[in-house]
Design a protein around this ligand. Structure first.
Ligand SMILES: Nc1nc2c(ncn2[C@@H]2O[C@H](COP(=O)(O)OP(=O)(O)OP(=O)(O)O)[C@@H](O)[C@H]2O)c(=O)[nH]1
Length: 252
């Protein structure tokens, strides 16, 4: 039984990491654990549809004690668990906070395959959205709630830009324009300066959180999208979310 209001349990800064498949969400989390794990008490929650694959990847990366990495298996509609009904994730975060108190930061990785997945501000205090240059230079211009409204947009794998013909500076300019100036960080695991920027952003956000000045902002619900079987799923009205049969998708 969770003791949500236990006076000895510190409330962590909760950071979401969303973005399309393969853009480097798990890698970003591993990098942050490596960069911050000695000075901060960290926890990680992964969301996968049917497996705990991302949690296993992170445990095997050896960047954080394995018991601080927990998997939520979300079932058929993974973005629901970070957006509409966040209870599974909230319980997992609170369990970590209780088991390892004091926890400074919990990183929550989204599952799913959609460009527009966003976290509810009821679950996270701030959120990353991760794109990579291999997805093409145009993707940042296309917008969407995560690209436009997440607290930080990561343009990842910049070391690959010459091979995929992407102008990183232009991609960052396009992204900044789509985001009305909100933070965009061009990142590569081979570029220490870019890694330092992400690290500094987390530490600054933690300081803001501790001062009481951090106000979670909602990037907005994800756009309507089609599932592999062709059913359409919209989160436009977050208050209504009937759950269909697993794997079939559903419509509001
Ligand atoms: N070249 C290069 N590859 C990277 C970088 N960061 C991550 N990758 C690679 O990109 C691939 C996908 O990275 P993941 O971290 O698994 O991506 P993800 O977004 O968590 O993927 P899913 O969990 O499947 O959605 C892996 O092969 C990583 O090694 C980078 O900075 N440069």
């Amino acid at each position: 039984m969770l003791e949500h209001s236990h006076p000895d349990v510190q409330r962590s800064l909760r950071l979401g990491v969303a973005g399309p498949v393969g853009t480097g969400k798990s890698s970003l989390i591993a990098l942050l654990c490596r960069e911050l794990g000695t000075e901060l008490s960290l926890g990680v929650i992964t969301n996968d549809i049917y497996t705990d694959e991302d949690a296993r990847f992170l445990r095997s990366a050896g960047v954080l004690a394995p018991e601080r990495i927990r998997a939520v298996e979300t079932g058929a509609c993974p973005h629901t668990a970070i957006r509409d009904d966040v209870s599974q994730n909230l319980l997992a975060v609170e369990d970590l906070e209780q088991d390892f108190t004091p926890v400074d930061v919990v990183l929550v990785e989204s599952g799913g395959d959609n460009l527009t997945a966003t976290f509810s501000p009821a679950l996270v205090d701030a959120q990353f959205f991760v794109l990579d240059v291999a997805g093409g230079g145009d993707v940042a211009r296309k917008g969407g709630p995560g690209i436009a409204g997440a607290d930080v947009l990561i343009v990842n794998k910049t070391d690959l830009a010459p091979y995929v013909g992407v102008d990183v500076e232009q991609m960052v300019r396009d992204a900044s324009a789509a985001r009305e100036g909100r933070t965009v960080i061009a990142l590569s695991r081979t570029d220490p300066t870019s890694i330092a920027r992400v690290r500094t952003w987390v530490l600054d956000t933690l300081a803001e959180f501790r001062s009481g000045a951090l106000r979670p902002r909602d990037p907005g619900p994800m756009a309507p999208h089609a599932h592999a079987d062709g059913t359409v799923h919209t989160h436009a009205d977050d208050s209504v979310h009937p759950h269909g049969d697993a794997g079939r998708g559903h419509e509001h």
